[in-house]
Write a protein that binds this ligand. Structure first.
Ligand SMILES: NC(=O)c1ccc[n+]([C@@H]2O[C@H](COP(=O)([O-])OP(=O)(O)OC[C@H]3O[C@@H](n4cnc5c(N)ncnc54)[C@H](OP(=O)(O)O)[C@@H]3O)[C@@H](O)[C@H]2O)c1
Ligand SMILES: *[C@@H]1O[C@H](CO)[C@@H](O)[C@H](O)[C@H]1NC(C)=O
Length: 335
C-alpha cells in the first residue's frame, strides 16, 4: 500500500506538474514576478434576454464568493461595471475575519471602465473600486476594453496607450500589484508593448470551445503574457446558447464519453481543456455544487485524442461581440 502510494506520487510528479490536489489551482508566474492562481471565479451576472445587464439586487455574488473561498478558490474576477465589487469585498472581509484565508493568499482582479480612460482618471477610478471592495490594493487591474467612452457612452478620442500610462501610475503607487488589458487584439497588444515601458502581465479575452484563440494564445506565449479566459463555457449550456451558436452542448455524445472516462462532468472536461491550452479560466457560478465542481479539474489530464475532439469545436464564434461598438476606431474584433 505504501509502495503503491509512493509510486503514484512519483508517477504524478514525473508525468505532469499540472496535476495536483483537487480544489487547489496551482500558481502561474507572471512576467512581473508575481503569481496568479490558474483558475478563478467570475462574478458578472451577465445580460438579460433583451441585452441589458442583469440587475444586481440580492447577495448571491457575496454568497458565491464565500462558497468559492471555502471550496479552495483564491482568485476572484470582478469589474467596476459589474456592480459586484461591494459583494466581492464583503465576502473577502468575512472570510478573512473568520480566519479562513489571508489577504495575501487571495488574487483579486478588477477592471477600469471605458469612461475613465484619460490618464489622470485611472488612479481615481481604481481608488473607487478599492473603496467598494474594502481593499488596500488589487492583485490585477485591467483596462476592460480598448474603447474609450464618455459618461454618456459616446466615443472619447483617447488612445489606450495613454490609458496605459495611468495604469503604470497605479502600479507604481502600489494600488495594483500587476496590470494588464482585456479584449485587445494582437495588433493592439503589439502596438501597446512597442510603445510602453511596462508590458501587460495578463490579457483577459473570451476563450471557450467555440473560440479557442490560437493566434492570441501563441502571441501571448511568445511575449510571456498570461491569458485569462472569460466566458469559458461559451454556448455549452442550452439555457445560455444563442440559436445560431455552433455545437457542442453539454449533452454532446462525444463530450459525455470523455467525461465518463474520467469520472468528470462535461463542464469539468471543458475547463480542463482550457487549462491544458495554457488558459486561466474564470468560470462564473452562483450555485454551490457548480462552484465546487468547477475547481475540481486539477486531478486528471486529457489525452491527445480527447484534445483533438475538443479542438474540432473551434469555430471562431464569439458570444461577447459588442457589435454596438463596431464603429469605434478601437473596436478589437472582426467587423
Ligand atoms: N473581460 C471581459 O470583457 C469579460 C466579459 C465576460 C465575462 N468576463 C468575466 O468572466 C466570467 C465568466 O464568464 P461568463 O460569466 O460570461 O460565463 P461562463 O462562466 O462561461 O458561464 C456562466 C454560466 O454558466 C453556468 N454554469 C457555471 N458552471 C456550471 C456548471 N458546472 N454546470 C452548469 N452550468 C454552469 C452559470 O450558472 P449559475 O451561475 O446559475 O450556476 C452561468 O449561467 C464573468 O463572470 C466575468 O467575471 C469578463
Ligand atoms: C485590431 O483592432 C484594430 C482596431 O479596431 C483593427 O484596426 C485591427 O485590424 C485589428 N486587428 C486584428 C488582428 O483583428
Amino acid at each position: 500500500m505504501i509502495l503503491l502510494k509512493f509510486t503514484a506520487v512519483v508517477l504524478l510528479a514525473v508525468c505532469s506538474e499540472a496535476v495536483t490536489r483537487p480544489g487547489v489551482a496551482p500558481l502561474i508566474e507572471l512576467n512581473d514576478g508575481k503569481t496568479i492562481p490558474s483558475l478563478g471565479l467570475g462574478t458578472w451576472l451577465g445580460f438579460t434576454k433583451s441585452g441589458d445587464r442583469v440587475p444586481v439586487n440580492d447577495d448571491s455574488v457575496q454568497k458565491a464568493v464565500e462558497l468559492a473561498i471555502d471550496a479552495g478558490y483564491r482568485h476572484i474576477d470582478t469589474a467596476a461595471v459589474y456592480s459586484t465589487e461591494e459583494q466581492v469585498g464583503a465576502a473577502i472581509k468575512k472570510k478573512i475575519e473568520e480566519g479562513a484565508v489571508a489577504r495575501g493568499d487571495l488574487f483579486v482582479t478588477s477592471k477600469l471602465w471605458n469612461n475613465n480612460h484619460a490618464k489622470s482618471a485611472v488612479v481615481p477610478a481604481l481608488k473607487e473600486s478599492l473603496a467598494r471592495l474594502g481593499l488596500e490594493y488589487l492583485d490585477l487591474y485591467l483596462i476592460h476594453w480598448p474603447i474609450a467612452q464618455t459618461e454618456h457612452s459616446a466615443y472619447a478620442d483617447i488612445d489606450y496607450v495613454e490609458t496605459w500610462q495611468g495604469m503604470m501610475d497605479a502600479q507604481a503607487a502600489g494600488l495594483a500589484k500587476s496590470i494588464g488589458v482585456s479584449n485587445f487584439n494582437v495588433t493592439q497588444l503589439d502596438r501597446l508593448i512597442s510603445m510602453s515601458k511596462v508590458k501587460p502581465a495578463a490579457l483577459q479575452i473570451e476563450v471557450n470551445l467555440n473560440l479557442q484563440q490560437t493566434e492570441l494564445l501563441n502571441f501571448c506565449k511568445a511575449q510571456n503574457i498570461a491569458v485569462i479566459g472569460y466566458t469559458p463555457f461559451g454556448s455549452l449550456f442550452h439555457g445560455k446558447a444563442a440559436a445560431d451558436a455552433p455545437p457542442p452542448r453539454s449533452d454532446d455524445q462525444a463530450l459525455l464519453k470523455i467525461a465518463d472516462r474520467h469520472h468528470k462532468t462535461v463542464a469539468q472536461i471543458n475547463l480542463r481543456y482550457l487549462i491544458e491550452l495554457g488558459v486561466i479560466p474564470i468560470p462564473k457560478s452562483v450555485t454551490k455544487k457548480r462552484i465546487e465542481a468547477n475547481i475540481e479539474v486539477f486531478d486528471f489530464q486529457l489525452n491527445q485524442q480527447e484534445r483533438d475532439v475538443l479542438k474540432s469545436f473551434d469555430k471562431n464564434y464569439r458570444t461577447i461581440a459588442v457589435t454596438q461598438w463596431k464603429d469605434s476606431p478601437y473596436y478589437p474584433f472582426n467587423k
